[in-house]
Design a protein around this ligand. Structure first.
Ligand code: DOR
Length: 427
C-alpha cells in the first residue's frame, strides 16, 4: 500500500468548492480528506487548487508514423504538463488508426509510459479515404473509444449515416470534422475582410455551418451520438444550438485557440496561426465565449496539433494546419476567460472535466473517496511566461509565446502517481 497526502489543498470539483483540507491518496485512488495516519509521501500544496485532472477528447499525438512531429511519450508528457490525465488521440496518423492491432499497440505503449491515460479514437473510414467504413466492433473491442476521421470531413453523407447507425448499436460516439469541402476549397484562413486585404484564399463560415447542419441532420436521422469537433464560428454554433433545442443527439466542442484568437492574427502571415477550421472574427470569438457562459458548449477540446518547426516555417500557403496548445490550455483560458473575463472557474473546470466525461458517457470525475487519483494542482496566482522551448511537446512554437499567464498546472497525478512537476516555480 502506498499513501500520499496533499497537505493544505484547496479542493474544488464539479460538486463545488470544498475549502482547504489534506487530501489522502491510497495507491491509485483517492482515500479521503483529513484522515491522518502514516504516509509514504507528504506534499505541501498550500495556496494551490487541487481538482480532478482534465480530459481532452481531441489531441493529435502523431504516433504511429509521424514521430518527427510528436510521439506518445512527448504528447502524453505534454498532456500531463497541461494538467490532463486522460487524452483521446486522433486517428489521422501514418498509417491511419483503422486496424484493431494499431489500437492495441498504442494502448500497451502508453501504459508502459505511465503518463496520461490514452483513450485512442479510431478512424471512421479506411485510410481516412471516406469510402469504406472501418470495423467499429473490432476497434472498440481493441480499446478505441471514439470514431472519427478528424482532419478530414466525411464527404459522403450516406457513409456518415451508416457510421452513425453502426456506432449507435455499439454505444460509440462519432466525432465530425464539419467543413464542407466544396465551400472550404483551398482556403488557408477565414474568408472575410482580413483575407481580402491580405489576398489569401478564404475558407468561409458557410463551409462549417452547412456541414454542421448536414452532420446533425444525419445524427437525427440515424440516432447516432454525434460530437461536433472544434466549432469555430457563431453561425456554426447556432446550427448546433438549433439542433440541440430539438433534442438531436449532438454535443459540441470548442478549442482554446478559437476562444482567444481572431483572423487578424494572420496579418503577419505567420503560419503559427494557421489552423483548420480557421480562426474567425472578433464577433465569432465573443459569441463562443458567451456560449460557454450560457452552457451550450459541452466540452473544450484542445485539438493539439503539433508540427515540426521546419513545416511551420514554410510560407502560409504551404505550411500545415495546426496549433500545439495542450500545455497552455488551462493557463490561457483561466487568464483570459476567468481572471480577466466573466467566466466562473467552476464552469471552466467543468468544460475540461465533467463536460468531456458526459460527452463520452464516462463517470464525471470528482474528489470523492474511492475515485481515481487523477489530479491536477493549479497555481492560480503566479504569472509565468509562455516559453515554447520548455514544452514537453516536440512542437516548440506557440501563438502565445511570451504572454504572461496565470493558472499553470504545477503537479499532475495519474493513478495516484506524480507524473508531472513544474520545475521553475516562478519567472
Ligand atoms: O488544424 C488542424 N490540424 N486541424 C485539423 O483538423 C487537423 C490537424 C492536424 O492533424 O494537424
Amino acid at each position: 500500500m502506498r499513501r500520499t497526502v496533499l497537505q493544505n489543498a484547496h479542493l474544488i470539483d464539479h460538486r463545488g468548492d470544498h475549502g482547504k483540507a489534506d487530501l489522502y491518496l491510497r495507491d491509485d485512488v483517492i482515500e479521503g480528506i483529513d484522515l491522518g495516519g502514516e504516509v509514504a509521501q507528504t506534499i505541501d500544496v498550500a495556496g494551490a487548487v487541487v481538482t480532478p485532472a482534465f480530459i481532452d477528447l481531441h489531441a493529435h499525438l502523431r504516433e504511429p508514423g509521424q514521430e518527427v512531429k510528436e510521439d506518445l511519450r512527448s504528447g502524453l508528457g505534454a498532456a500531463v504538463a497541461g494538467g490532463y490525465g486522460t487524452v483521446v488521440s486522433m486517428a489521422n496518423t501514418t498509417p491511419v488508426v483503422d486496424e484493431p492491432g494499431l489500437v492495441t499497440e498504442m494502448l500497451s505503449k502508453s501504459e508502459a509510459l505511465g503518463l496520461a491515460r490514452l483513450r485512442p479514437a479510431a478512424a471512421l473510414s479506411r485510410g481516412l479515404q471516406g469510402k469504406q467504413l472501418t470495423d467499429f466492433a473490432a476497434l472498440r473491442e481493441a480499446g478505441a473509444v471514439m470514431i472519427t476521421d478528424d482532419g478530414e470531413p466525411v464527404k459522403d453523407a450516406h457513409l456518415l449515416r451508416r457510421a452513425c447507425e453502426y456506432a449507435a448499436e455499439l454505444g460509440l460516439v462519432v466525432q465530425t470534422h464539419s467543413e464542407e469541402p466544396g465551400l472550404r476549397q483551398d482556403g488557408v484562413m477565414n474568408e472575410g475582410l482580413v483575407s481580402q486585404r491580405l489576398g489569401l484564399p478564404g475558407n468561409p463560415v458557410a463551409a462549417e455551418a452547412a456541414m454542421i447542419y448536414r452532420d446533425c441532420e444525419v445524427a437525427m436521422l440515424s440516432g447516432g451520438r454525434l460530437h461536433v469537433a472544434h466549432v469555430s464560428s457563431k453561425r456554426g454554433l447556432q446550427v448546433v444550438e438549433w439542433f440541440k433545442a430539438q433534442g438531436a443527439p449532438v454535443t459540441a466542442e470548442v478549442t482554446p485557440h478559437h476562444l482567444t484568437l481572431s483572423d487578424e492574427t494572420l496579418e503577419g502571415f505567420d503560419p503559427v496561426y494557421k489552423v483548420a477550421p480557421p480562426l474567425r472574427t472578433h464577433d465569432d470569438v465573443a459569441y463562443l465565449r458567451n456560449a460557454l457562459i450560457r452552457g451550450v458548449i459541452d466540452a473544450i477540446g484542445t485539438d493539439h496539433a503539433p508540427h515540426t518547426q521546419a513545416e511551420k516555417e514554410r510560407d502560409l500557403l504551404e505550411a500545415p494546419f495546426g496549433i500545439a496548445n495542450i500545455e497552455v490550455t488551462f493557463p490561457l483560458l483561466y487568464s483570459e476567460l476567468v481572471a480577466n473575463g466573466g467566466l466562473e472557474l467552476s464552469t471552466l473546470l467543468d468544460l475540461l472535466q465533467g463536460g468531456p466525461a458526459r460527452v463520452m458517457g464516462w463517470q464525471v470525475p470528482t474528489l470523492e473517496a474511492t475515485r481515481a487519483a487523477d489530479l491536477v494542482v493549479l497555481d492560480l496566482e503566479t504569472g509565468r511566461r509562455v516559453a515554447p522551448e520548455t514544452f514537453k511537446s516536440k512542437a516548440k512554437q506557440s501563438p502565445w509565446t511570451g504572454q504572461v499567464l496565470k493558472g499553470w498546472p504545477v503537479m499532475t497525478f495519474v493513478r495516484g502517481k506524480m507524473v508531472f512537476e513544474r520545475e521553475v516555480l516562478s519567472d
